[in-house]
Design a protein around this ligand. Structure first.
Ligand SMILES: NC(=O)C1=CN([C@@H]2O[C@H](COP(=O)(O)OP(=O)(O)OC[C@H]3O[C@@H](n4cnc5c(N)ncnc54)[C@H](O)[C@@H]3O)[C@@H](O)[C@H]2O)C=CC1
Ligand SMILES: NCCCC(=O)O
Ligand code: NA
Length: 504
């Protein structure tokens, strides 16, 4: 077992490069979901703190040490942050597990991804210098034009608890690479590593106000950020209802938003797969990784009838082999869900599925060997029909529902039978069929013969009720840039639209 005595620093809000007590001095307890114990507390920002942070961010943009930096200069800061994250990887990973219940293996992988994401956007920041000003040829002798890519301004980043630091960095790294000043509002359920990021920024000397970190409750800290007149954009990842509230608040000021709102993603398994075990493991990973608390989790298995029984049998064998334990234990592959609220919510989805007539093929309860903590067994539900809640709604826990199909057309129809549109996976060795599914799936992410692998270079986001806008890749950077056209009249001749008074 890793050291659970890693100290949790008592941090304040990180504003203008300093630790600052919230105006109202409120704090929120930190709960370890594996033990249900309070292990510290975080500051709770309110509208007053949001005002101070927005002011600090605006000042950063107005100051040369941030507002006039080149991409190459900003890249140096991003690389320094990446190096610090790797230096502190073991402590950060442990803190992430203590705070969110994520297995230590996954927390450590997240820290590598965090550093990789800063490195990736450091490269893009450097490349931005040569793309900052693009001449555009109009085939005109009278006008000279060019297009500038500029930082969008002050941006609010509101992020969830499932990958506490990583989801924040998917927005922080491109925002800083673009030259924006950012205010990060992480989830109150898991903010510890985001506060540690503040300490890292202080240590590497990030210009003050370039990144501000406000922990606090959604309506109290996130709400005022979304509706603040001097915040130029909100980038949000989280639930649909909250996304809708943020969009409503932003709409009053015609403030742009990007929303990443999760889903109910399908994984379609055909009978032509060569290896049931390989497909079973990807199916498992697609729903049980991070205890199913993944926006893109492939939570609906749609399996061809001819192999359904053999495939489920194999799936059960793999599922029974998953080690469920305290996330700091070696080889733990399934930790608790993040909070008491999430635990109740997941169990309720399971009991509703049962009352609606579905069969709990495996799991569905608290594991018997774990008396404390928000643990839910990996759960597989069959005899599902398309009007059931478990087919339609995002559980955000380790719960897979299963339906069978006979024909390709039926599989496509089932896969797209959802209000969401984030991700979809197909498992088949028929290349043409995979191409047909790639076209037919109504989503922003397609996985072929796998589920969930994620790369910094690739756009991340969905359509339908999964939201709009893209994190990651060059699209993630573009979303923090203002595109400004500059048009200059270069002719010595008068414009001659009006009759000149001098000719009267
Ligand atoms: N798409 C995704 O990655 C995620 C989806 N979810 C879904 O959401 C469900 C509920 O989880 P929650 O933690 O309640 O998610 P949430 O959407 O309420 O929280 C996400 C972020 O939004 C903030 N927030 C909440 N209310 C706000 C408001 N009125 N204005 C501005 N910011 C606000 C929260 O403080 C947090 O930082 C989960 O069961 C899951 O289904 C949760 C987390 C991540
Ligand atoms: N593998 C990263 C998933 C990110 C998300 O849940 O939003
Ligand atoms: Na927590």
């Amino acid at each position: 077992m890793a050291n659970r005595n890693v100290p949790i620093s008592r941090r304040q809000l990180y504003i203008g490069g300093e630790w600052r007590e919230p105006v109202k001095k409120n704090r929120i307890p930190i709960i370890n979901p594996a033990t249900e114990e309070i292990i510290g507390d975080i500051p709770a920002a309110t509208a007053e703190d949001v005002d101070i942070a927005v002011e600090a961010a605006r000042k950063a943009i107005a100051r040369d040490d941030w507002g006039s930096t080149t991409g190459a200069q900003r890249a140096k800061y991003l690389r320094a942050i990446a190096a610090k994250v790797l230096e502190k990887k073991s402590v950060l990973a442990t803190l992430e597990s203590l705070d969110s219940g994520k297995t230590l293996f996954e927390s450590a992988a997240d820290m590598d991804d965090v550093a990789g994401c800063f490195e990736y956007y450091a490269d893009l920041a450097e490349a931005l210098d040569s793309r900052r000003k693009t001449p555009v040829n109009l085939n005109s002798d009278s006008f000279k034009t060019y297009v500038l890519r500029e930082p969008l301004g002050v941006v609010g980043l509101i992020t969830p608890w499932n990958y506490p630091l990583l989801m924040a960095i998917w927005k922080v790294a491109p925002a800083l690479a673009a030259g924006c000043a950012a205010i990060l509002k992480p989830s109150e359920l898991a903010s510890v590593t985001c506060l540690e990021l503040g300490e890292i920024c202080r240590e590497i000397g990030l210009p003050s106000g370039a990144l501000n970190i406000l922990t606090g409750l959604g309506p109290e800290a996130g709400g005022p950020l979304a509706s603040h007149p001097h915040v130029d954009k909100i980038s949000f990842t989280g639930s649909g209802p909250t996304g809708s509230k943020i969009m409503t608040a932003a709409a009053q000021l015609v403030k742009p938003v990007s929303l990443e709102l999760g889903g109910k993603s399908p994984i379609v398994v055909f009978d032509d797969i060569d290896n049931l075990d390989i497909a079973a493991e990807w199916t498992l990973f697609g729903i049980f990784a991070n205890t199913g608390q993944v926006c893109s989790a492939t939570s609906r298995l749609i399996v061809q009838e001819s192999i359904a029984s053999a495939f489920l049998d194999r799936l059960l064998k793999w599922t029974k082999n998953i080690k469920i334990s305290d996330p700091l234990e070696e080889d733990c592959k399934l930790g608790p869900v993040v909070s008491a609220g999430q635990y109740e919510k997941v169990l309720k989805f399971i009991s509703n599925a049962k009352s609606e007539g579905a069969t709990i093929l495996y799991g569905g309860k608290r594991p018997q060997h774990l008396k404390k903590g928000y643990y839910v067994q990996p759960t597989i539900i069959t005899d599902v029909n398309t009007s059931m809640e478990i087919w339609k709604e995002e559980v955000f826990g380790p719960v897979l529902c299963v339906k069978t199909f006979k024909t390709e057309e039926e599989a496509i129809e089932l896969a797209n039978d959802t209000k969401y549109g984030l991700a979809a996976a197909v498992m088949s060795k028929d290349v043409k069929r995979c191409e047909r599914f790639t076209k037919a799936f109504q989503t922003g992410i397609i996985w072929i013969n796998c589920s969930q692998p994620t790369f910094n270079q690739l756009p991340w986001g969905g359509k339908k009720r999964s939201g709009f806008g893209r994190d990651l890749g060059e699209w993630g950077l573009e979303s923090f840039l203002n595109i400004k056209q500059v048009t200059e009249y270069t002719s010595a001749e008068p414009w001659a639209f009006y009759k000149s008074p001098s000719r009267n």
